[in-house]
Design a protein around this ligand. Structure first.
Ligand SMILES: [Fe+2]
Length: 293
């Protein structure tokens, strides 16, 4: 039996009594999966996973997603597998990236409240970070419970939000952190066209509803861009009040995984001259949140 120590009654649990380096039998994985569906964020300490072990564990949750990084130099990958996302501020030689490097955009964009891969037609279900180098101060990852945020809205407010559809666009969030629009060539644009996502999600395992928000939302269909943005801003402010947020302070070999269907997250600032190295694996959802016509 794994051990499950909740941080809050229904949000974030620390999981123990399991070695993620070993292939998990179905019973153990079912316990982890049940905790994942209930708590939304799971924390494991002292799990020095290789890239393949991490991807193998992530793959139990669904098909692995492939990161798309249109501003990463060609043929310069720190990691062995195409499925692994490099969430770090270092180059392939382990040197801290200068502020001028286009890869720094990824770190800057991660500082905005977001949900992973909502800019893809089929978005991410689960993301998992393994911490390899951590910073002594700052650099926490914060998670917001979007189910609790939904539950806390007045009934009359909730009624007006159900049924809305938002347009998510990777380049929208990148522009917010300084992407030069002149670098957005038609080829890059074509890599990731804007996609629709429901605004309110219902969790398939327990029926709980949640706000489905991300920095990638450009507009809400049926509203002016300005009205859509102010609605998104108001709801992000609501959902990220302290009572809905958990801040994870990283230690080396921590593994943290989260349910993108009902949480939002962001990386906190830290001294950019200190290496911070995380490796992410992502399992994709079963299909688009808005059915394809
Ligand atoms: Fe993220």
């Amino acid at each position: 039996m794994i051990s499950v120590s909740p941080v809050k009654p229904d949000f974030v649990a620390v999981i123990g009594n399991v070695d993620l380096r070993e292939p998990l039998n179905d019973d153990v994985f079912a316990e982890i999966d049940a905790a994942f569906n209930r708590y939304g964020v799971l924390v494991f300490h002292g799990q020095p996973l290789t890239e393949d072990q991490q991807n193998g564990f992530a793959n139990r949750f669904g098909p692995l997603g492939y990161p798309i990084a249109p501003f990463r130099p060609e043929n310069v990958e720190r990691l062995a597998r195409k499925e692994s996302a490099d969430i770090s501020n270092v180059d392939e030689h382990g040197r801290v990236l200068p502020e001028s490097d286009p890869r720094v955009l990824i770190t800057r964009a991660n500082a905005l409240w977001h949900t992973d891969s909502t800019f893809k037609r089929t978005p991410a279900k689960m993301s998992m970070l393994c911490a390899q180098s951590v910073v002594p101060e700052g650099g926490e990852t914060e998670f917001a419970d979007m189910r609790a945020a939904w539950d806390a809205l007045p009934e009359s407010r909730r009624r007006g939000l159900e049924g809305l559809i938002a347009e998510h666009d990777y380049f929208h969030s990148r522009m917010k952190v300084g992407l030069d629009p002149a670098t957005l060539t038609p080829e890059r644009r074509a890599l990731l066209p804007p996609v629709p996502q429901v605004f309110i999600r219902t969790h398939p395992t327990n029926g709980r509803k949640s706000l489905y928000l991300a920095s990638h939302i450009r507009r809400i269909y049926g509203m002016s861009e300005a009205d859509g943005q102010s609605l998104v801003q108001e709801l992000v402010e609501h959902a990220t009040q302290r009572q809905f947020v958990y801040a994870h302070q990283w230690a080396v070999d921590d593994v943290v995984l989260w349910d993108n269907r009902c949480t939002m997250h962001r990386g906190r600032p830290h001294d950019p001259s200190i290496p911070r190295v995380m490796r992410r694996a992502t399992a994709m959802d079963v299909g688009p949140s808005v059915p394809e016509k």
